[in-house]
Design a protein around this ligand. Structure first.
Ligand SMILES: Cc1cc2nc3c(=O)[nH]c(=O)nc-3n(C[C@H](O)[C@H](O)[C@H](O)COP(=O)(O)OP(=O)(O)OC[C@H]3O[C@@H](n4cnc5c(N)ncnc54)[C@H](O)[C@@H]3O)c2cc1C
Length: 493
């Protein structure tokens, strides 16, 4: 038998003690302003329930946002801006906006400023490129994001490659802005608390269980609107499943390739301004155009990185995962020169520099470093010590071929520290993209990385969070204002 907990001291105002051996007390948040201690039968013998911060006056509705990341904070601010009388509570298990802080190497690549056409913009999302062609970016585009932040005091700049950063060059500007706007509008931010369970009540509301990791502490809330913005957290996926949604298996995206080639690793730091790289995977029968990419590439200690590789990792994320990150990467180091012309350039060089050693002289047309040229001729078994006059036609053909179709064995996945994102999550077929509402459960909304949307590097992942958060916040704000006509029919394009 459990003892009466009256001798325990807890630091809550006006504690009332309830003996509840088999059942946790529900529905507190909607009715009372006081705090409670519950006596529980199992491991957690005492638990505090403090609905005071969420207490609502009669008729007031409650929106709970699970996760205080980019999507959650932006959505909460939008909902509260549209419906100031709506109670908006963000529950965050760690620190709010922690990924914003580390993003873009601490500078936060807020969005991309070079994609004004929404069709082109959608092409930057390996998961979502078809669905996002419709209403999604029309309702909140990168330009809208930029306007929002500049209107709220964050000056932005667009770099040559389209990435948009705060002029301050620090992500703190973005964080301070969002926290300030949330506070100013009366969004309640609860940190250090985890939403561990969620279900629908059957009467159009939800019951969610909130716990603190550091203390025996449980709260039950009954929000009228639930926005899940839990990013790639496993706990978030489990909530999603409890609410009746399916999950596309999460797999990593945006990573570098480990290459089985010790000689290549010695070239670490070598950059190529433009290569054409094609990823070939055994598991893939059909050819996917996005698995060929053109752009800069970088040699690292463990393999290959740079924009081309990151884009291939994103487009190939799912197939790479099922191939255990093993495949063949075929690189064209002279993508603008036809193979016949590569051969002619080599032949012309041979005629012109007959008395030079192969290692010391090579055509400038290919834009290669001496170290990389040595790598290529070594790879083809051609000695760098022979004179150009002595190089055989066959050797020149194999060097030309290595420059145009150089194959590397991908043996695994490396890291990319600047950005990382998870592919997978709630399938887009299960939500209305013009409201971000669930098709399964009304008044349940999703935004951000918890959805099966992910972009390549360049600010596209945050843009997904801003657009989704904004649309979801708009939907909840409108509903709370009595506009129950959410246009559920018009959905994806
Ligand atoms: C190192 C790094 C750098 C990046 N840089 C960029 C960049 O410069 N530009 C860009 O566009 N993208 C960048 N990204 C990707 C970008 O950070 C994410 O796409 C974006 O943060 C997703 O926002 P979100 O709000 O959906 O999820 P998150 O930012 O992950 O937020 C989810 C929040 O929910 C909380 N949470 C989860 N489950 C629960 C629960 N059960 N209860 C309570 N709280 C919960 C988590 O603690 C977390 O704070 C970067 C990612 C990384 C890892």
């Amino acid at each position: 038998m459990a003892k009466e907990p009256t001798t325990r001291t807890m630091s809550f105002a006006f504690p009332r003690f309830i003996h509840a051996p088999s059942l946790l007390y529900r529905n507190l948040a909607t009715t009372h302003e006081k705090s409670y201690l519950l006596l529980l039968p199992q491991k957690r013998r005492f638990c505090a329930v403090t609905p005071s911060s969420f207490s609502k006056s009669s008729g007031e509705e409650l929106m709970v946002v699970v996760g205080g990341g980019a999507a959650g904070m932006y959505g909460a601010i939008r909902a509260k801006t549209l419906a100031p009388n709506l109670k908006v509570v963000v529950i965050e298990k760690g620190k709010p906006l922690s990924k914003v802080r580390i993003s873009g190497g601490g500078r936060c690549n807020v969005t991309n400023g070079h994609c004004f056409d929404n069709m082109v913009l959608a092409e930057h999302y390996p998961r979502g490129h078809k669905e996002l062609r419709g209403s999604f970016f029309k309702m909140h585009s990168p330009a809208d994001t930029m306007t929002w932040f500049s209107d709220h005091g964050v000056d932005l700049k667009t770099e040559d490659d389209g990435r948009v950063f705060p002029v301050s060059n620090t992500s703190s500007s973005v964080i301070d802005c969002l926290l300030f706007e949330a506070k100013k509008r009366g969004v309640i931010l609860q940190t250090g608390k985890v939403v561990t369970n969620a279900s629908s009540t059957g009467s159009g509301k939800f019951t969610i269980k909130v716990e603190k990791r550091t203390a025996d502490y449980v709260e039950y809330l009954e929000p009228d609107y639930l926005l899940i913005t839990s990013g790639s957290s496993r706990q978030g996926y489990s909530l999603v499943a409890k609410l009746g949604h399916s999950i596309v298996e999460p797999v990593p995206s945006l990573f570098t390739f480990k290459i089985d080639d010790a000689e290549l690793a010695e070239l670490s730091g070598t950059t190529f301004t433009k290569v054409k790289a094609k990823l070939k995977l055994e598991s893939l029968q059909k050819s996917i155009p996005q698995l060929t990419q053109v752009g800069p590439m970088l040699v690292t200690h463990w393999g290959l990185s740079g924009p081309v590789i990151l884009r291939l990792s994103a487009w190939g994320a799912r197939d790479l995962s099922s191939s255990d990150y093993k495949g063949i990467l075929q690189v064209d180091f002279a993508p603008d020169i036809h193979i016949e012309d590569v051969r002619s350039i080599l032949n012309q060089h041979k005629d012109q520099f007959t008395k030079q050693k192969l290692l010391n002289s090579f055509p400038s047309e290919f834009g290669l470093t001496k170290r990389f040229w040595k790598y290529i001729i070594d790879r083809e078994g051609v000695s760098g010590d022979i004179l150009w006059a002595s190089v055989s036609g066959g050797s020149l053909t194999s060097v030309a071929s290595a420059l145009k179709h150089c194959s590397f064995n991908v043996i695994g996945k490396g890291q990319f520290k600047d950005e990382f994102v998870t592919a997978g999550g709630v399938p887009l077929s299960e939500i209305y993209l013009n409201t971000m509402e669930s098709r399964i459960q009304s008044h349940l909304f999703f935004a951000g990385e918890v959805l099966n949307i992910d972009g390549i590097t360049g600010g596209f992942n945050f843009q997904n969070a801003w657009s989704g958060g904004y649309i979801a916040g708009t939907s909840v704000g409108n509903l709370a204002n009595g506009n129950s006509q959410l246009d559920r029919k018009k959905t994806v394009a």
